[in-house]
Design a protein around this ligand. Structure first.
Ligand code: G3P
Ligand code: CA
Length: 252
């Protein structure tokens, strides 16, 4: 941002809690999101997939195998089946009451808070039909459009979201160097760059700042990386450790 004298003003780096406070809590559960709010995060990032009966649920992997006591692909399980799974014990037995939340549940919880919400559409491996419309309808149900960022590694999906509603903010996820990604992102209607941390080199941070497009690298867990990005005025970081990030930001 520039003021009238054309001096660059560095705004505070926003802290997005990756899958909630996933460093200390079972990822993508209400316990993890509540911890992120308590830690002072500005937003949370979460992953969404669709059950066989088209309920958007919050889970990173395409199967329930790693993070629950169940087995199978989300796309093959009903919400009724998914809702009974223990999504906490794999992390620590003290979280044995944690379950897989629905997006509806998270929106209902997040609405009265101050949190921003980054919804990652997990549709790179499984192409859930109508996912974009289902998510958009839910965001509208809670009138949360101005606090939501939709991201995906599947950029076709971001284009579809943009076509459904150009007002909903989208951001490209990418793992490797794209030359002048702000130009590419703009060409598909996206307004943010969510890049793998090693890709967030000075050329990218400077170019994106000049193009007024926010960069939100993931997953920034190391103290030095946090401090460097905060001091460089990176618009946001996505981290498993929101409490630590808030602390580092307060000192910077
Ligand atoms: O949205 C940033 C980051 O979460 C993307 O990778 O695999 O952690 O969902 P992943
Ligand atoms: Ca994610």
């Amino acid at each position: 941002n520039n003021n009238q004298n054309n001096e660059v003003i560095l705004l505070d780096t926003l802290i997005f809690a990756h899958r909630g406070a996933a460093g200390t809590h079972p990822e993508n559960t209400m316990a993890s999101f509540e911890a992120a709010l308590k830690a002072g995060a500005d937003g949370i990032e979460l992953d969404v997939q669709l059950t066989s009966d088209n309920v958007p649920v919050i889970i990173h992997d395409e199967t329930v195998n790693r993070t629950t006591d169940g087995e199978g692909w989300i796309k093959d399980l009903t919400y009724e089946e998914i809702s009974k799974l223990d999504a906490g014990t794999w992390f620590d037995s003290s979280f044995n009451k944690a379950s897989i939340p629905t997006l509806d549940q998270v929106l209902d919880w997040v609405k009265p808070t101050r949190l921003l919400l980054n919804i990652e559409l997990k549709n790179g491996v499984v192409r859930y039909s109508n996912l974009e419309k289902i998510i958009l309808d839910l965001i509208n149900k809670y009138e949360m459009k101005d606090r939501v960022i939709i991201s995906s590694f599947n950029h076709y999906s971001l284009v579809e979201m943009h076509q459904l509603d150009p007002e909903v903010e989208t951001a490209i996820l990418f793992m490797e160097g794209i030359y002048e990604p702000w130009k590419y992102a703009k060409s598909i209607g996206a307004k943010g760059l969510h890049c793998f941390l090693p890709v967030a080199v000075p050329e990218l941070l400077i170019g994106a700042a000049q193009a007024e497009m926010p960069v939100r690298p993931f997953t920034v867990n190391d103290d030095n990386h946090m401090e460097n990005l905060i001091k460089a005025g990176c618009p946001a970081i996505i981290t498993d450790w929101p409490e630590k990030a808030v602390h580092i930001r307060n000192k910077a």
